[in-house]
Ligand binder design. Structure first.
Ligand code: AMP
Length: 448
């Protein structure tokens, strides 16, 4: 899209865009505008820096007519107070020529002042979930006029454990509303969340900021299990001199800690780890050291890596194969930036072959296979998840499977993760929903 004129937006917004010096919409803005204007639910997969804030604010502001209504008509939920301030600032820039009333609320500060502020009335409230809920429960704020809700950085929110607060808030909102969410990565949790609250959303996805695949050499090793993957990684990091700045992606906190312990024994201060159970200070220090090239190896989960501005990564190691191929693209996009060459290495087990094939078909490219070096010891040790299932046959009361096989566990997780499982079973049985959440679904549909 060559210019903002194609959006057919108001004069006020055009003036604001001219003031900001934006020449043309970013890809996420170009793709989101018509979807949000059409009123359907939308899921945007985009990182910070892609222009996602304006991607949702532009159509929302275009649609927001002047009103004397005290209660907010637009709700934007974000995970941190820093983001509240940032988003409010962006909205103020955009709304400069229209009399938009926007208020930011977040925890950790005096609630009374925020109560006074919202009592004066606002068109848009930008909030962290906890504080917003407190304001609603204390009757300082009413959500009955909300027509559009934006949930930004959903992956981070869920990773920080905000699911409960988000659910509470969504249940208080009017049924007839538009849901818009943005997430840098797709995760099982995000997927469940979408299924529970969104109605046939349109997905809009942009890759990590313009890293061309040609700059990245991609290789894959077939490896039997976690501990052999660790042996291979240790081998590569010890023997290959060009592994100068290495970002290692793992699927979750547990694997992050496990792998970090193994690497720590060998590489000591050369290696650091970040995930959401680490303190903010620890994470900041790890990232600073990595950026300053004091540590050579950084182990991270997908969610933690998002938003990090990391430069000159020589190698991205995918210790697992992401279930969502977009995540693979985001991961490898961390290397090969700014005209530099980068290398991405994928370690996959037999169970991960299908996920690898999905990624390859998305890229329309086959990842070059490398032989496992002879020196790398094949470990027989299995992680808990990899262990074969054992039935406690002597215990008549316990038919639970113990230590499920890798594959079994994954299937089991998938089932759990579809979310609202009770609702789904009831729906299948009666062909129509019977619970509150699904009743909303019908009401909202009628309202459209
Ligand atoms: P965000 O991804 O929303 O955090 O935005 C990243 C930065 O891009 C912000 O500083 C915006 O001011 C800027 N930005 C947003 N849209 C555009 C655009 N169309 N052209 C140039 N810069 C933009």
């Amino acid at each position: 899209m060559e210019s903002f004129n194609e959006f057919n937006i108001s004069k006020q917004l055009q003036y604001a865009i001219t003031d900001l010096g934006f020449e043309k919409p970013t890809p996420i803005q170009a793709q989101s505008f018509s979807v949000i204007m059409s009123g359907t639910d939308m899921v945007g997969i985009a990182q910070t820096g892609t222009g996602k804030t304006f991607a949702y604010m532009l159509p929302i502001l275009q649609d927001l007519k002047f009103s004397k209504e005290t209660n907010p008509r637009v709700l934007v939920l974000v995970p941190t107070r820093e983001l509240v301030l940032q988003v409010v600032e962006e909205i103020e820039k955009f709304g400069k020529y229209s009399s938009i009333r926007v208020i930011g609320v977040f925890g950790g500060t005096n609630i009374n002042r925020q109560k006074e502020a919202v009592a004066e009335g606002a068109d848009i409230i930008v909030a962290t979930p906890g504080r917003l809920y407190d304001l609603v429960v204390s009757r300082a704020l009413q959500l009955k006029a909300v027509k559009k809700v934006v949930i930004d950085e959903v992956d981070v929110m869920l990773d920080l454990g905000f699911r409960f607060q988000l659910t509470n808030i969504l249940e208080l909102l009017p049924n007839k509303r538009q849901n818009i969410m943005f997430s840098a990565t797709m995760t099982d949790d995000v997927n469940v969340f979408i299924h529970d609250f969104f109605i046939a959303p349109t997905t809009v996805s942009v890759a990590v900021s313009g890293t061309p695949l040609e700059n990245i050499s991609q290789f894959a090793y077939a490896v039997p299990n976690f501990y052999t993957k660790a042996n291979l990684l240790k081998y590569l990091l010890q023997h290959e001199s060009d592994f100068k700045k290495v970002l290692v992606f793992v699927p979750n906190k547990k694997s992050a800690d496990l792998l970090f312990d193994i690497l720590d024994e060998f590489f000591g201060s050369e290696v650091a780890v970040i995930h959401s159970n680490k303190t903010q200070n620890y994470r900041i220090r790890s990232i600073e050291n990595f950026n300053a090239e004091k540590t050579r190896i950084l182990v991270t989960t997908d969610v933690m890596a998002r938003g990090l501005d990391l430069d000159r990564i020589s190698h991205v190691i995918n210790f697992d194969v992401p279930n969502f191929p977009e995540n693979y693209m985001h991961r490898i996009g961390r290397t090969g930036r700014a005209e530099q060459e980068g290398t991405a290495i994928l370690l996959y087990t037999e169970k991960e072959q299908d996920a690898k094939a999905t990624i390859e078909s998305l890229m329309n490219l086959r990842i070059a296979e490398l032989e496992l070096p002879k020196e790398v010891e094949i470990s027989k040790q299995l992680t808990y998840e990899e262990q074969p299932q054992v039935l406690e046959i002597n215990n008549p009361n316990n038919t639970e499977e113990v230590g499920p096989a890798f594959h079994e566990k994954k299937e089991k997780n998938k089932k759990e993760n579809q979310g609202g499982s009770y609702k789904r079973i009831i729906k299948q049985k009666y062909k129509k929903p019977k619970t509150r959440g699904d009743k909303n679904y019908n009401r909202r549909k009628k309202g459209r």
